[in-house]
Design a protein around this ligand. Structure first.
Ligand code: PMP
Length: 420
C-alpha cells in the first residue's frame, strides 16, 4: 500500500481528471450504500457511480454468482464466440425484463462503456434510414466519444471535444426541461415543415427520458407520447438513452415505460450488470437489424463476468420481495424533497423514484451546491452535482438502500440545506 493519503494520485495521475479531486480520501471497501476508506472513515454513497450501482455495492445474491463462476473457471473472455454466460443473460433479459413489459428487442453488445452503446445506436439509425442527421436536446448527455459527444447538449463539452457545430446534429432547445415553457415538440414540427429551415429529415431523435447530467429533468408521459407521434409520422427513429435513467432508477425498469411508448432503439449500460462491471448494449426493433458482421465490433464488448452478474440482476426483476420493497425508500426520498420545498420555497425539487434533484439555481446556484457537496463529504455523505452550472444536487441512493443509510444521507442534506 502507498499510504493513507491521496499524494500518489496527485503526483502520478493526470490532473485533467479533476472530478476525482472532490473526494480527498482513498476508498477501500464498500457494501450496500456504505463506503469504507483506508483511514477508517465510513461514508454513505448517494452517487453510486452515476447510476452504475443501483443494487448497491457488492450485492449478496449477485456476488455469489460471480464467486461461483470464478470458482468453476468460467470463461472470462469470449470474443465472437457463443458462451453459456452470454446465452443466460440474453434469456434473462428477454424473460425477466423485456417480455413482461411487452417489449421485443434484439440486442447488440457494445462497450465496454455507455458511450459506445450510443455510437452503435447512431450508426445503426443512419445505416437503417440512409439519412445522416440526428436531433438531440440541449442539456442531454450521451457520452464522451466523438459521435456521442456530438449529440450531447452541453456546448462547453462539445467545444472541448472539437465536435461543436457538426452540421449533422440539430439541437432542440429544452430549457427548463420538457415541461418548461418552450414547446420542443412543436419546434421539431416547425423545423421539418419549413423547407427554408435547411434542416433535412433526420435519421433519429435521441432523448434521455430523464435528463440526469443535465440537471434531473423528467419528460412527462404525455411529452414522450407526443415525441413518439411526431417521429412516427415522419419515419424518424426514436432512440431513448436509458443508460443512467434505466435499470429501475425511476421506479420502473425503463424510465420511458410509464408513457407506454415503444422506442425504436434503447441504449442501456451502467446498472445493467448489477455489480459495477462494464456492460453496454443497444436494443433495437428486430426490423432494424441491418448490420453485416464486423460493422460494430470491439475486443471488450460483452464482458463474460458482467453477463453472469447481469443475469442475476435481471432475475431480481421477477423477485416479488425485491419489487415490493422498491417504492418504500422512493417515498421517503420524495417526502424529504417536499419537506425541503416547504421549508425553503426557493429550492426546486425534481425527480422520480430513486432520483432526487435538488435545484439551488434560485438559492445560491452552483457555488452553493458545491458548498453543500463539501459539507456532505465532511459529514460522511457522497453526492454529485449536475445541471448547466452544477446547480443541482443529484441524489442517487441505491434502490436497495436500508432505512438507516437513507436516514443518514437525508439528515446530512437537511442539515446542509436548512441550517443557514
Ligand atoms: N448516456 C447517459 C444518459 C449517461 O448518463 C452516460 C454516462 N454518464 C453516458 C451515456 C455515457 O456512458 P459512459 O460514461 O459509460 O460512456
Amino acid at each position: 500500500p502507498e499510504g493513507p493519503d491521496v499524494a500518489v494520485f496527485e503526483r502520478y495521475e493526470s490532473h485533467v481528471r479533476s472530478y476525482c479531486r472532490k473526494f480527498p480520501v482513498v476508498f477501500e471497501r464498500a457494501k450496500g450504500a456504505r463506503l469504507y476508506a483506508e483511514d477508517g472513515r465510513v461514508f454513505t454513497d448517494f452517487f453510486c457511480g452515476a447510476g452504475s450501482l443501483n443494487y448497491g455495492h457488492n450485492p449478496g445474491p449477485i456476488k455469489e454468482r460471480i464467486a461461483d463462476y470464478l470458482a468453476s473457471d468460467g470463461m472470462m473472455h469470449g470474443l465472437d464466440m457463443y458462451t453459456v454466460a452470454k446465452r443466460s443473460f440474453l434469456v434473462a433479459l428477454t424473460e425477466h425484463i423485456l417480455r413482461p413489459r411487452g417489449l421485443e428487442y434484439t440486442a447488440q453488445f457494445s462497450g465496454p462503456t455507455g458511450a459506445d452503446a450510443v455510437e452503435a445506436a447512431l450508426k445503426l439509425a443512419r445505416k437503417a434510414t440512409g439519412r445522416r442527421g440526428i436531433f438531440a436536446f440541449s442539456g442531454g448527455y450521451h457520452g464522451m466519444t466523438r459521435g456521442s459527444l456530438a449529440v450531447t447538449g452541453n456546448g462547453r463539452a462539445r467545444r472541448a471535444g472539437g465536435v461543436h457545430g457538426q452540421d449533422e446534429v440539430t439541437f432542440i432547445p429544452y430549457e427548463d426541461g420538457p415541461q418548461g415553457p418552450f414547446d420542443s415538440i412543436a419546434f421539431i414540427e416547425r423545423l421539418l415543415a419549413d423547407s427554408s429551415s435547411g434542416v433535412e429529415l433526420p435519421a433519429a431523435v435521441i432523448v434521455e427520458p430523464l435528463q440526469m447530467e443535465g440537471g434531473v429533468y423528467q419528460a412527462s408521459a404525455d411529452w414522450l407520447r407526443r415525441l413518439r407521434v411526431v417521429t412516427e409520422r415522419h419515419g424518424i427513429l426514436l432512440i431513448c438513452d436509458e443508460i443512467q435513467s434505466g435499470c429501475g432508477r425511476t421506479g420502473t425498469f425503463f424510465a420511458f415505460e410509464e408513457s407506454g411508448i415503444v422506442p425504436d432503439i434503447v441504449t442501456v449500460s451502467k446498472s445493467i450488470s448489477g455489480y459495477g462491471l462494464p456492460l453496454a448494449l443497444t436494443l433495437f426493433r428486430p426490423g432494424l437489424d441491418v448490420w453485416e458482421p464486423g460493422e460494430h465490433t470491439g475486443t471488450f464488448r460483452g464482458n463474460q463476468l458482467a453477463f453472469v452478474a447481469a443475469t442475476a440482476a435481471a432475475e431480481l426483476w421477477s423477485d416479488p420481495d425485491f419489487l415490493d420493497r422498491l417504492p418504500v425508500p422512493a417515498r421517503r426520498l420524495a417526502e424529504f424533497g417536499a419537506e425541503l420545498v416547504a421549508a425553503e420555497p426557493e429550492i426546486v425539487i425534481r425527480g422520480r423514484g430513486m432520483v432526487l434533484g435538488i435545484d439551488l439555481g434560485r438559492k445560491g446556484g452552483g457555488k452553493r451546491a458545491e458548498e453543500v457537496q463539501r459539507y456532505a463529504f465532511d459529514h460522511g455523505l457522497i453526492v454529485e452535482l449536475s445541471g448547466r452550472d452544477d446547480e443541482v444536487i443529484k441524489v442517487l441512493p441505491p434502490l436497495t438502500v436500508t432505512p438507516e443509510e437513507l436516514d443518514h444521507g437525508i439528515g446530512v442534506l437537511r442539515a446542509a440545506l436548512l441550517s443557514s
